[in-house]
Each structure stands twice: as structure tokens, then as C-alpha cells.
Design a protein around this ligand. Sequence first.
Ligand code: BGC
Length: 765
Amino acid sequence: MKKILILLAAVAISLQLLGQERKITSTMNNDAQMKKFIDELMGKMTTEEKIGQLNLVSVGFDVTGPIVSQNVEEKIAKGNVGGVFNTFTPIAVRKLQEMAISKTRLKIPLLFGYDVIHGHRTIFPIPLGIAASWDLAAIEKSARVAGDEASADGLNWVFSPMVDIARDPRWGRIAEGAGEDTYLGSRIAQAMVRGYQGNGIGQNNTVLACVKHFALYGGALAGRDYNPVELSDRTMFQEYLPPYKAAIDAGASTVMTSFNDINGVPAAVNEWLIDDLLRKQWGFTGMVVTDYTALNELVAHGVAADEADAAAQALKAGNDMDMVGEVFLNNLNQHIKSGKASMEDLNAACRRILEAKYKLGLFQDPYRYVSDDRAKQVLFSKANRDVARDVARKSIVLLKNANNTLPLKTSGAIALIGPLAKNQRDMIGNWSGAGDWQQAVSVEQGIRNAQKGVTINYAKGANITDDKVLIQRLNAHGGNLEIDTRSAEDMIAEAVEVAKRSDVIVACVGESQGMTGEAASRADIGLPGRQLDLLKALKATGKPLVVVLMNGRPLTLPWEDQNADAIVETWFSGSEAGNAIADILFGSYNPSGKLPSTFPQHLGQVPLFYNHKTTGRPYGGDMLDKYKSRYLDVSNEPLYPFGFGLSYTTFTYAEVGLSATEISATDKLTVKCRVTNSGSRAGEEVVQLYVRDLVGSVTRPVKELKGFQKIMLQPGESKEVTFVLTNNDLAFYRRDMTFGTEPGKFHVFVGGNSRDVKRAEFTLK
Ligand code: BGC
């Protein structure tokens, strides 16, 4: 018997090895076949045809820069285009692809890209919202659904994930990323790439992911979009670069360079960044695309004398595709002739683009992403909307819930107030171009769907903003802001009257989606317009006040925090917004989201993030203590810390247990903490693990996230949550910029947010 088992095991192992070997040989074959195919193809290509591959054009809408692509069809027919973005649907894609195949000499298929940022047709919460779920499986699922829909709609390339760490909520694009933390951001970046690329590029339902914006775009000075980024090497490597690297390690096929300059050198001509760091050090072999007209902008940056100069610098730095600006198309031929640009660089760029097309299977079948049947089956399907609803409710964060104001009763009258209460347009947020906002579920509709027994008394109460210039600007870019022309006072008076005849107030307030995203920085991050006045008047009625927030950034909410009975952060929750919000309001889903970004008390504290340094004069809380790192007029504390979010139940944390109090560099440390659901409802908790290195050769943050687990607990149930810390988790960029650990004392913290934690300590020998 034993012999048979050994024999079977040996057979199994050799089969496994054989399988592995086959896999390796088949990838080698694929690589070798791909090389052979591309060598042959490039052997036939003229310089002009190669340059044509480097040109990415847009077909018109979603214009985010000063230039719009012209005569696209003519250029495709002439072989002057390698890829197209901003168009989708099988019919539109087929038409352009046919043109490339039938009209060009070498019949090279086109890439079709699009900003699929938080869903394609079925829209998920904005990325900052998705991040608040801290649920990697749900996040991956959202990207899978998006990839499935995009590929059914003719696309083969998505400009996502956006992994820029952002610590300044003034920056409108904080909405597009995973917030302030390196560890959380890195894990999410990987989940998104896995979701888009599925089991591998080349199936008809997967798409190329594009990691952006490389790099450090989120560090824009003063939170103003496109502003320069000044970061020390240490901060850059320690805090800002890891999410890009994580996405690349997860297999992301393409990278988009960013608009900003990095310590003086714009990313698009930053040879160190693209060629050295990304390609040589990180081993990235995929394609690099510029951002929208970023090469033309090198002239305005003042690093290129003219576009011809920009073309030479950008190719040398390692960009492959030029988005919209046609700087490569218009200048490279001349440069190749004069020797200002090398044929070797052009060949390398062209090859990487052709490789992407090859891997997608486009040379075998240029129409493999064009299927009316799949489109009908997949796009905005019930199944996808169910996933969107689930992700949306997981993303919602309960910020306050005094006296168990929530969940709401399923009877009685609700005063449903606010400019976002009946709103559909803003629910799908920014960068949701293929989403149909008219299909989005408003809060009002969501409540009606969920609770037939409640009476809804509605009043708008306020406009999102009354700033005429701002309204004009937002509406010029798809804002659809409907402005009530009554006076603010009349609108507030009506809302107060409605509140008085209701049992509870649900006030849906916040930003318009266009106040977030690209080119949407704000210098004041409070509720815009007269919405705060509206809330104050509602509060004065004495009725319980539930504030439902919709916004794309951390807001300053000091009055709201003091005075509202409950506050629910819903971000812009996507196609299923109203249903997901109703699930939370009535308690059919118990909130489990946690903030991926610190909410400051006051704008003057910005940038404010949990993993800050102590300084040499840390403030200890004594108001009379003058010479300390603090403000005179506001404390150093956030309003809501990173990782914060309440539940309708409560969780208690036991003391933290460690497997050892002393470890060596090769040891692993096991951290255990028992978490109990001490309330009366089942609920999920995100258990968070932080560490602090007490003494280093360089100053170290007061806490750094190193792990988290989202667990479900029934009332009274407890679970022991186990984390394993390795040497790598304790490593950092030391004084000499090598990455590694240093011996000494560490603190380990476990808790339900970055502030309220239990602590243990150990020594690294
Ligand atoms: C944005 C990118 C986007 C590109 C294409 C740019 O303005 O910065 O994030 O992918 O436009 O739409």
C-alpha cells in the first residue's frame, strides 16, 4: 500500500513537473513565436509605419487637454495610428478596426483604450470609495466586471488602475485613487490588475491594465492639479512608489507617465524614471504611454524648446505611445534622418506596442473583442449590477451614529432633503463616461425600492452650489447641475417645513461629481454653497438629523460632526447608489467601510496623514506648552482618522499577543489579537495591523499599516485574528538609502482604526 502511495506521489510530482515544464516551454514558445512574428513584421515596416504605431488618437469626447485629434479616419487609413481611445461599442470599434485592416499596407490592428476607472457600463463607487471597502476580493471583482464589460464593448485596454498616493484632499484626483496609504494602495493596485487582466491577457474577456500616473502625480504641491512634485528620494521610495511597483509585480501590461514634474524633471522626459527605474530596476517589459498631450506640454514646462525637441527627449526617455499630441508623429521621421533620435529607440518602442497587440491576440483576430452577443449578455447585466450594489454598500463608511439613530425605522415619515437626494447624475461620479447616469438609482428611488412602508416628504433645500461661474464651468463639462432659481432662504424654509412634519431627517448633501476628479482641485473642502446653512436650519427643528454625504474627497465637517445625529459617507456610489444607501440606512447591510484617507478638522492642517513623523518637539496635549509642533488655533488631531468607520454593532479588541518578544532578522513574528462582536448585530470589522520602529538611522513614522483582515462576526462571537510580520515588513530606506531593517525596539498595534489600537512590543536583534 505504502509503495503504491509513493509511486502515485512520484507520478503526481512528475506530472506536475511535466505540466510546469510544458507551461515554461509553451511561454518560451510563445515568446519565441512572438519575437519571430514581430521581427518579420518589423522587417517589412518603413520608418513612417513604425512611427504610426506610436500614435494614440482620441475620437473626440472626454477631451481633457488643449488638443483634439483631427482627421482620425484618414490617419488610420494612412497607417498613422497605433491605437484609438474614447470610442467603444462593437459597431464603432469594428468600423475603425476594419479601416486599419483593409486600408493599411501591413494590416496592423489597432488598440482600443478607454478610461474604465470604476466600472464600464455598470458603474461602481469611485475608486476612493471602493478603497474604503478594504475588501480586496470585492475590489478585484469590481475590476473583473469592468474588464469583462469593457472587452465586450470592443475595448482591449483600460487606463486603470490609478495608484497615485494622495495626502492632500484639495487635489480633485484623490477621488480616483486608493487614498493616502502605501500598503493599502499597493494591495488594491494588485487586486485591480488581477481583476482587469483575469487569468491572462489574450482571452476575449480580459484587457490590458494601465498603471497610472507614473509617477507621484498625487504629490502635486498645494493640491493643485498638474502642479510640480517635490519629494525627497526617501519619501518617494518609501511612501509613493510602492503601489506602482506592486501593480507591475502583479503583471500590469502598460504604464502611463504623468503630467507632473518630479523634482524638476517632468515624468514624460524623465529617463531615470522610465528607463532606469521602471524598465531596468523593476524589470517592466510592457508598453509606456504618455498622458493626454503630455509631450506637447513639455514646452510649457520649459524643458523643451519646441515640440521637435520634446519628441527627441521623450523617445529617448522611454515613452512608447504618444497620447493625442502627435509630437512623435510630426517629428520623429525628421529626427531619425538627422540622427537626433535613434532607430534603436524607435524600434524598441514600436516593438513594445506590437507585443501588446500580439499578446491580446489581435494579429490572430483583430475583431476578437467585438461581439454583439457578448455585449448583449454582459453590459449592465443584472448580475453585474448586483456586484455593484454589494461593492457600494461595502464602501460606505458610518462616521457617526449617536443614540443609534441608524438604522432607520421601516415606518413613519422621512424628510428626504438635499440637492443630492433625488440626484442621478452625480451618483456615478467622475470618469464614468460609458455609464448611463439616467439608469443610476437615486437615494429617493433606493428608499422607495427598499421600504414601501415609509412616507417620503421631499424638499431640495439647497443647490449644491450657487456660484454662477462654477456652475457654468461644471456644466460645460457634463455637470448637469440643475439649479433651482428660488432664493436660498425660500428653499431652506421649505425644507424646514417638510422636516417639521416628519419623524427623521435624511439630508443628502455634498459635492457635484465635477467638483472632483481631474482639474477639479478645491481650496475650500467644506460643504459647498448653502448646504451647511441648510443643515443648521434642519438641526434647529429638533428632529433627528442623518447626514448622507456624497463627495470625492475628505471634507472638513466640524459642525456636522458636532451636530448631526448620524453621518454616512457614501462617496459617489455608482449605478446602484440609492439601493446600496438604502441597505445601509435601514440596516439590511451593516456598515463595514473604513476611511482610506484622513478627514481633517480644518483645511489648515492639510496635508494630514496618519503615518507622520514625531518631530523633535512632539505635542503632548498640554495647551499651555508653547514650543511644540502644533497650531495655536486647532489641535493636531484629525476629525476622523485613517482606517476609521463605525458599525451598527461594536467590536472589542483583547490585548495583542506576540509569538516572541525578541526576534532575529530571519524570524517571522506572529501577531494575534482576539476580536469580539460585543453588540447585538452581525457585522464585519476591518482588523488593522500597524508597526512602529522606535529608533532608526532616519526618523520613522509613528505608525505604518502592515496588514488588515476583514472578518465577519455574529453577535457575541469572537475570532483570533493572526498576522505574520516578516523582516520585509520592518524594512525601510535607511540613512544610506539601502532598503533593510535595523535592530531595535518595535511597537505593534492592532485595532479598528489607526488611532484606537492595542499595543505590544518586541525587539529585533
Ligand atoms: C488623464 C488620464 C486619462 C487620459 C485619457 C488625462 O487627462 O490624466 O488619467 O487616462 O486623460 O483620457
